[in-house]
Ligand binder design. Structure first.
Ligand SMILES: Nc1ncnc2c1ncn2[C@@H]1O[C@H](COP(=O)(O)OP(=O)(O)OP(=O)(O)O)[C@@H](O)[C@H]1O
Length: 249
């Protein structure tokens, strides 16, 4: 089966005071449709940089990004915005909610601003109904008037997830989705992500430095110093709930 999302030979450097800092040094990775994948690696190994390139938030110096059989890294800026708005949901460790807006407004506003979300864009009533449905989906409809300061970390991440679902994306990119949460709350977010994967066939790529979280994915990719050094498939352990990783060629 063709992968949903693919990076081919990705290289990326940053420059500081004209000194080159190579961050990605030829990364090849393919994410299969309907799977939960984890990119695991130490701080500074290049995970977030790769995620930004996969989301076309930035462009590689060399290499290509493909989504659904189409090359996307070389699209025009407008086309890249449209690709991102329609196909990808993104969530971050620190939620990136607007503090002055309610939960409902946080879910609704980016969709209102985006020109391309859904066919009925800018139809405020339809979008509001959808935003409420998404808040309901993540179990937070009763908090719709709460502002971020009036919510827990787990609730804020749920709002961010609801926001990311507004465009019915095929792919969810999650940068350390549980990184700011205690173990129990993080667990409930992981369970929600798995539920969305199973029920909506949502393909998920999550970044984490935490091996135990990575092992919850169907497939893990380990990054080290700007290179992908390992791939794992994850099999459920026979006698316990905790899955364990198996290295494959
Ligand atoms: N805009 C930038 N300018 C210069 N250097 C950068 C920039 N963004 C990231 N870097 C550097 O690139 C390297 C990789 O950063 P990146 O954020 O991709 O790593 P990461 O694996 O996601 O780390 P973490 O787990 O800490 O988020 C780091 O050494 C970082 O300092």
């Amino acid at each position: 089966m063709n992968p949903l999302l693919e990076a081919r030979g990705i290289c990326k450097s940053y420059y500081k005071n004209k000194i080159e800092l190579p961050v990605l040094r030829g990364v090849d990775v393919a994410f299969q449709h309907g799977e939960v994948s984890a990119l695991v690696g130490r701080s500074g190994s290049g995970k977030s940089t790769l995620m930004h390139l996969l989301a076309t938030l930035d462009q590689p110096d060399a290499g290509e990004v493909w989504f659904g059989g189409q090359r996307v890294d070389n699209l025009s800026r407008r086309q890249r915005d449209e690709y991102r708005n329609r196909q990808i949901g993104i969530i971050f460790q620190f939620y990136h909610l607007l503090p002055e807006l309610s939960a409902l407004e946080n879910v609704l506003t980016p969709a209102m601003i985006s020109r391309s979300v859904l066919g009925y864009c800018r139809d405020r009533k339809a979008l509001t109904l959808r935003a409420e449905a998404m808040l309901d989906r993540v179990g937070l409809l009763d908090r719709k008037t709460h502002k971020p300061a009036e919510m827990s970390g787990g609730e804020m991440q749920r709002v961010a997830i609801a926001r990311s679902l507004m465009s019915e994306p095929e792919l969810l990119l999650a940068d350390e989705p549980t990184g700011n949460l205690d173990t129990e709350t993080g667990e409930s977010i992981l369970q929600l992500l798995r539920q969305l994967n199973t029920e909506d066939d949502l393909t998920i790529v999550m970044i984490t430095h935490d091996e135990t979280i990575a092992e919850r994915a169907d497939r893990c990719y380990r990054m080290q110093d700007g290179l992908l050094v390992d791939r794992f498939t994850v099999e459920p352990a026979e006698e316990t709930f905790t899955p364990r990783a198996r290295v494959v060629a």
